[in-house]
Ligand binder design. Structure first.
Ligand code: KDG
Ligand code: MG
Length: 408
């Protein structure tokens, strides 16, 4: 069996999805997602220019060897752009293998460990009252877990994932007005003074059963994060996400020594080498990698297995930038992983997105039920894809009030 061709498509409904389609001499094709939010054309270019010419003629069943060929063969390894491109190839090859075996990918991984995988929604508000309405909306729909973010009184601008005005649903992931970023102003002190009380009010209002998650988005110093984690202990958060910038694996030790609030980290990691020390030293509770820019199913599974040895559960990244293809790859891993925790899940659920990526993965009452179709269980409609093209966008940048650059 041989790979005969592969194509890359960039675009989607209000998204720059990077979709890879690998064709074979047996008429079976596989789909992968190489979307790297706001840097979408780079993995696309890497695939088209460097990787696809080396894929043609290879046997698509040799998933491991193809992964190693690209990773070890590159010399300049790792990094989000390369790992997103390898990840798309890897997903597409698992899709092909599943179609060949006439089995859904979760069966090839070892079968189901659960019937449904718990997901969490994003609730947001310009202020606490606005956030309460947003949480209530998701709770009424049956979600068992909700991430909560709200505006901080006195903060000069809206902060991470928070709308400027009450009732606004902010597209905080990407601003499509161009590649020059908007600017947010941040003040850790105001945040640490306000947010623990707000989280306590949310717990009082929604009761003990709701899983409450909160994303600090890399904004605090280790000592501040330790103080924050300690202050929110009575709320019993499901997790405190990205308390400090992710590059420093050892920073988590100080936080850990001071608080039992669970720590989730890893949405910017690309390889096992970005997180092996923190996992082995049990400095985190949830690993947030994304199959999309972590080298695909082959490499993500290695991280999940290492995590499982150290009581670390999964909480895969699932921001709206992930296309339904990599979300499907995660649904299969979530169905299998013995150490599954929760899946971030943003309901894009628009008719346009469903038309571009038809699938029968189902989300009901805050649980995803994986499709039993062979392979990844998602298709891609090329005639729909022809309606879209790349639109430049960017994340905001963050500064302190005196102008110092800070972490988005
Ligand atoms: O592209 C960056 C976003 O994916 C990120 O800001 C979202 O932190 C995020 C999350 O937890 O979904
Ligand atoms: Mg996050």
């Amino acid at each position: 069996m041989k790979i005969t061709d592969a194509k890359v498509f960039v675009g989607g409904p209000k998204k720059n999805y990077v979709t890879l389609k690998i064709m074979t001499d047996q008429g079976i094709y596989g789909l992968g997602d190489a979307t790297l939010n706001n840097r979408e054309t780079l993995p696309a270019h890497y695939l088209e220019r460097y990787l696809i010419p080396n894929l043609i003629g290879k046997d698509p069943r040799n998933i491991e060897d193809i992964w190693q060929f690209f990773y070890r063969g590159a010399y300049f390894r790792r990094g989000p752009i390369a790992m997103a491109a390898y990840g798309a190839i890897d997903m597409a090859l698992w899709d092909i293998k599943g179609k060949l075996a006439n089995m859904p990918v979760y069966q090839l991984l070892g079968g189901k460990s659960r019937d449904g995988a718990m997901v969490y929604a994003h609730a947001t508000g310009a202020d606490l009252e606005d956030l309460m309405d947003s949480i209530a909306y998701y709770v009424e729909q049956g979600y068992k877990a909700v991430r909560v973010q709200c505006g901080i009184p006195g903060m000069p601008t809206a902060s991470y994932a928070v709308p400027e005005k009450k009732g606004d649903v902010k597209n905080y992931i990407t601003d499509y007005t161009g590649i020059r970023p908007k600017q947010e102003v941040w003040d850790s002190d105001r945040y640490i003074r306000y947010m623990p009380g707000a989280l306590a009010e949310i717990r009082d209002r929604f009761g003990p059963e709701l899983h409450i998650l909160h994303d600090v988005h890399h904004r605090l110093l280790p000592r501040e994060a330790a103080e924050f984690g300690k202050a929110v202990e009575p709320v019993r958060l499901y997790w405190m996400e990205d308390p400090t910038p992710a590059e420093d694996q050892d920073a988590l030790r100080l936080i850990r020594q001071h608080t039992t609030t669970p720590i989730a980290i890893g949405e910017v990691f690309n390889t096992i080498w970005d997180c092996n020390r923190m996992i082995e030293q049990e400095l985190l509770d949830f690993i947030r990698i994304a199959v999309a820019y972590c080298g695909g199913i082959t490499h993500a599974r290695r991280i999940v297995d290492l995590a499982g040895l150290h009581h670390v559960r999964t909480g895969f990244h699932g921001a709206p930038s992930h296309s339904p293809i990599s979300m499907a790859a995660q649904h299969h891993l979530n169905a299998w992983a013995p150490n599954f925790g929760v899946q971030e899940y943003l309901v894009l659920g628009t008719a346009a997105c469903d038309a571009l990526f038809p699938s029968d993965h189902r989300m009901e009452q805050g649980m995803v039920h994986v499709s039993d179709a062979p392979g990844l269980g998602v298709d891609f409609d090329e005639s729909e894809a022809a309606r879209y093209s790349y639109e430049p966008g960017s994340h905001p940048v963050v500064r302190l009030e005196d102008g110092t650059m800070w972490n988005y």
